[in-house]
Design a protein around this ligand. Structure first.
Ligand SMILES: [Zn+2]
Length: 61
């Protein structure tokens, strides 16, 4: 993962850990699923190939 992409993720998600990786159906690159390290709540999914970042938190409530 590129440092600048990782930095973006730091700003959006903060502490996180990867709980699932699958191949992106759009670009074939790795798609990462993140969960919060303490609560284990799913917090988002990203693809570096597509520059796609989706935060699940934003869509709650
Ligand atoms: Zn992709």
């Amino acid at each position: 993962m590129q440092p600048d992409f990782s930095l973006q993720l730091d700003q959006i998600f903060g502490p996180r850990q990867i709980f699932h990786v699958m191949e992106c159906y759009t670009c074939g690159y790795n798609e990462y699923y993140f969960q919060h390290p303490k609560t284990k709540k799913q917090i988002g999914v990203v693809c570096e190939g597509c520059n796609y970042i989706c935060s699940f938190e934003e869509h709650m409530e």
